[in-house]
Design a protein around this ligand. Structure first.
Ligand code: ATP
Length: 361
C-alpha cells in the first residue's frame, strides 16, 4: 500500500500542490512553520477523514477559501485506486470519491489506507487516558475484522441510548431490552480486543527488545469490567449506581491496554526518549502484525523524527522502518537530522512557506 501521488488544494498553507512520492521513504525537510506537519496532516486526513491536529475543519481549510480538496493515487501490488476528499467550509460536509464514484464513506477510505502516525503529541498513547489505548486496539480490529466497525458503532450507539434512558427510568425494566443487545455486543468487542492484544504482544515484545533492551515491558489488557462476569448481569446489578452517577460506569467503554516496566506504569518511570521509542515499537508492531496477518502494508507518518532520540536510536528506528517495507513519510528541520537514515531509495522534498520542491540527490 502506497500513495504514489497527492494533489492538495487549499489545505492549510498549501494553495495547490501536486506531488509524486516514493513507495519507500519520503523526507519532508523545512524550517519551522514551513508546512511539514501540514503535509502529514493532509495524508492523514485522506486516510481518516479527520485531522490529528484539530477538530475544527474551518481551521484546516486555507484561510478565506470555501473548501479544501485532497486527491490521491493509491497503489497496492497490481491494484490502483483514485481517492478524493473534499471538505466544505459552509456546512462542514465531507465528500468522498473512490475511483470516480460518489457516496463512499470515510470508513471506506480508512480501509483502503491503513496508516500509523508518530508525532510528539502521540505520547498520549502512553501517558494519556485509556481512550488512546482503546483506539490503538480498535485500529487493529478495524483492519482485521470486517464486522468490527459495525459492531463497535452499534455498541457506542446503544451505550448513548442507555445513558439517556438511565435519566428517565425509575426502575430497571425499560432498560432490559437495551441491555440484552448491549451485552451481546460488549462481549463480542471485548473478545476481539482480548484476542488482538494477545496476538500483538509477541511483536510488541520483540520490537521493545530491539529498541529498549534495558527494559522489561509488561503488557496487560483490561476489559473494563470484572473478568469472567456476565455483562448483562452486571448492568442489571449496577442499575441504581449507574442511574445515580448518570451514565454506565463499567463496560467495554472503559477497556485499557496497559504497559508497565518493573511493575510501574511506563509513563511514570520511562524517559521521554524511551516513551517515544515504546510508542514507535507499538505502532511498528501493529503495522507488522497487519502485514503478517492480512498481507497489507500500512503507511507510516512520522513528525519530527529526530526529537528525543540519540543517534543510535535514530539508526535503530530507521533500520526497523526499512525492514517493514512500508511507505514512510518523515519530517525533519535539516537534512543532518536524517543522517542516520541510510536508505537506498527515497525522495526528499524541501518545504518553504507552503511551496514544495523535490530535491535532487
Ligand atoms: N488554515 C490555514 N491556512 C493557511 N495557513 C495555515 C492554516 N493553518 C495553519 N497555517 C500555517 O501553517 C504553518 C504551520 O505549518 P506546520 O505546522 O506544517 O509547520 P512545520 O513545518 O511542521 O513547523 P515545525 O517545524 O515548527 O513543527 C504556519 O505558518 C501557519 O500559519
Amino acid at each position: 500500500m502506497a500513495i504514489s501521488r497527492l494533489l492538495i488544494e487549499n489545505f492549510r498553507n498549501f494553495t495547490a500542490v501536486d506531488l509524486e512520492f516514493d513507495h519507500g521513504f519520503n523526507f519532508l525537510i523545512g524550517n519551522n512553520g514551513s508546512g511539514k506537519t501540514n503535509l502529514l496532516e493532509s495524508l492523514f486526513y485522506l486516510g481518516h477523514g479527520r485531522s490529528f491536529k484539530s477538530n475544527v475543519t474551518t481551521r484546516i481549510i486555507r484561510y478565506e477559501q470555501p473548501h479544501f480538496t485532497l486527491h490521491g493515487k493509491i497503489q497496492e501490488q497490481q491494484h490502483q485506486w483514485s481517492v478524493g476528499l473534499q471538505k466544505l467550509r459552509k456546512d462542514g460536509t465531507t465528500l468522498v470519491k473512490i475511483n470516480g464514484e460518489d457516496g463512499n464513506k470515510i470508513s471506506d477510505l480508512a480501509h483502503l489506507l491503513p496508516m500509523q502516525i508518530i508525532t510528539p503529541e502521540g505520547l498520549t498513547l502512553l501517558n494519556g487516558g485509556p481512550s488512546y489505548r482503546r483506539a490503538f486496539l480498535d485500529w487493529g480490529l478495524f483492519h482485521h475484522h470486517s464486522s468490527f466497525h459495525s459492531a463497535w458503532s452499534a455498541l457506542n450507539r446503544l451505550l448513548k441510548q442507555r445513558n439517556s434512558a438511565l435519566q428517565q427510568s425509575y426502575d430497571y425494566a425499560p432498560l432490559r431490552i437495551w441491555d440484552i443487545e448491549l451485552a451481546k455486543l460488549a462481549h463480542q468487542v471485548t473478545q476481539w480486543r482480548a484476542e488482538y492484544a494477545q496476538a500483538l504482544t509477541p511483536a510488541i515484545e520483540q520490537t521493545c527488545r530491539l529498541f529498549l533492551p534495558e527494559l522489561e515491558i509488561q503488557l496487560s489488557f483490561h476489559q473494563g469490567w470484572e473478568k469472567g462476569s456476565d455483562y448483562a448481569d452486571l448492568l442489571r446489578e449496577n442499575f441504581q449506581r449507574d442511574k445515580q452517577i448518570g451514565y454506565t460506569v463499567s463496560g467495554p467503554q472503559k477497556a485499557d491496554f496497559r504497559f508497565k516496566s518493573n511493575g510501574l506504569p511506563v509513563e511514570d518511570v520511562l524517559s521521554r526518549g524511551q516513551l517515544k521509542l515504546l510508542m514507535c515499537a507499538l505502532r511498528l508492531a501493529q503495522g507488522e502484525h497487519l502485514m503478517q496477518q492480512k498481507n497489507r502494508h500500512c503507511i507510516f507518518l512520522i513528525d519530527d523524527f529526530a526529537s528525543e532520540l540519540d543517534q543510535i536510536k535514530r539508526a535503530l528506528l530507521a533500520e526497523r522502518l526499512q525492514q517493514s517495507r512500508s511507505q514512510v513519510f518523515i519530517t525533519a528541520i535539516t537534512q543532518d537530522q536524517l543522517a542516520q537514515m541510510q536508505v537506498e531509495k527515497h525522495c526528499s522534498f524541501r518545504l518553504q512557506e507552503g511551496n514544495i520542491t523535490l530535491l535532487a540527490e
